[in-house]
Design a protein around this ligand. Structure first.
Ligand SMILES: *Cc1c(COP(=O)(O)O)cnc(C)c1O
Length: 362
């Protein structure tokens, strides 16, 4: 079976070496030396002044919303992982969905203004598959109406836009370091704060029960991550360039066979991309389903990512139509992509899909 994704694992002795140290120090969690070192190394690697390592990407989203004091309406994208929406609901805010751009699959920046009301406080948009949102236009609208911007950058590790880390755009960007992500710490995530010192302090407090020493300052939560997780991150970070390069080669191999026949999301100019996923857009849902079935019969897993469109979640109070997101989410399929995938396997997968498509087109 070829899985759709598989976590990168560092040489086991490198992880063991760090873990042995934990048996000596017995400092397993609570902002230990590995967590601190990982934060420093990630800031340096991603060229960011601020980065707070947390227990997962979802808690990073919660902390972002909480730290900015959001309580009302938040404009968001329907084409993302479910946590983008549920974090808004969990914080007792109301998600207002704005449809996506059919090229980038990110929120359509030209439709945001029409969705703004008296109650709108923020925009929470996803750099989906690591493709940058229209950050300039979003910033322009946000400035005009005094809105905060949060980017769900769970897919955007290492992406640069116009010579800057994509994570440096918006008031806050969040990352996920889940085992299925490009860079992982088994479970984990981060909050990147781009609005300066005051928020630094509240993020630290919010992550750790809202107190320092004996002083209880605000209502916090436990968003800390452990030394074991941070150790995995320290090991993996050494291989990140290699991981991205391998994925780039595999993506190009898919492209060579499939690009003439299938639609793919469009990556704008001036982007250094990270090859985090390989989504393919079919003409119809039937074609997607029959292709998925063919792949399964050949021992190849693929994933409908993202389906359904989040504006169609059953537990939402209000309905917002997002016809483009609804249509694309029915027709988009992610193919296997991970650093240990072999070029021959990509060839086999792409050839199966291509032959089926050519037979259909006859
Ligand atoms: C993975 C992911 C999350 C959630 O991250 P976790 O670490 O799994 O909690 C949020 N948003 C997007 C777009 C994701 O892909």
């Amino acid at each position: 079976m070829i899985p759709v994704s598989q976590p990168f694992l560092p040489p086991k002795d490198e992880y063991d070496f760090l873990i042995t140290e934990l048996w000596n120090t017995k400092w397993l969690t609570n902002n230990g030396p590995f967590v601190q070192r990982l934060e420093v190394e990630l800031r340096r690697h991603l060229l960011l002044p601020s980065l707070h390592y947390v227990s997962n990407g979802t808690i990073a989203l919660q902390l972002a919303l909480k730290s900015l004091g959001l309580t009302k309406e938040i404009i968001t994208t329907p084409f993302s992982f479910v946590a983008t929406t549920t974090s808004i609901l969990w914080e007792q805010c109301r998600p207002v969905f704005v449809d996506i751009d059919p090229q980038t699959l990110c929120i359509d920046s030209t439709k945001i203004e029409a969705a703004i009301t008296e109650e709108t406080e923020a925009i929470l948009a996803t750099h989906v598959f690591g493709i940058p949102c229209d950050v300039e236009k979003i910033e322009e609208v946000a400035t005009k109406y005094g809105l905060k911007i949060i980017y769900d950058a769970a897919h955007a590790f290492g992406v640069q836009y116009k010579g800057r880390s994509l994570l440096s755009y918006g008031d806050i960007a969040i990352l996920s370091f889940h085992a299925t992500k490009l860079f992982h710490t088994i479970e984990g995530g981060a909050v990147v704060n781009n609005c300066g010192q005051e928020l630094e302090q509240s993020l630290k407090l919010l992550r750790s029960f809202g107190f320092t020493g004996e002083e209880h300052i605000l209502v916090g939560i436990n968003g800390k991550n452990s030394e074991f997780h941070a150790a995995m991150g320290l090991c993996n970070l050494k291989y990140i360039e290699e991981i991205i390069l391998k994925r780039k080669r595999l993506s190009k191999a898919y492209d060579d066979l499939l690009l003439n026949r299938f639609a793919r999301p469009h990556i704008p100019e001036d982007v250094i991309y990270n090859y985090s996923y390989y989504p393919l857009i079919f003409e119809t849902e039937e074609e997607l389903l029959s292709t998925q079935c063919l792949l399964r019969k050949n021992g190849i897993e693929s994933r409908r990512y993202f389906y359904p469109s989040l504006n169609e979640l059953p537990y939402l109070q209000e309905r917002h139509d997002c016809p483009i997101s609804e249509k694309i989410s029915k027709r988009i399929l992610c193919l296997p992509l991970f650093s240990d995938l072999k070029l021959e396997e990509v060839d086999r997968i792409a050839t199966l899909i291509l032959e089926k498509e050519m037979a259909r087109a006859l």
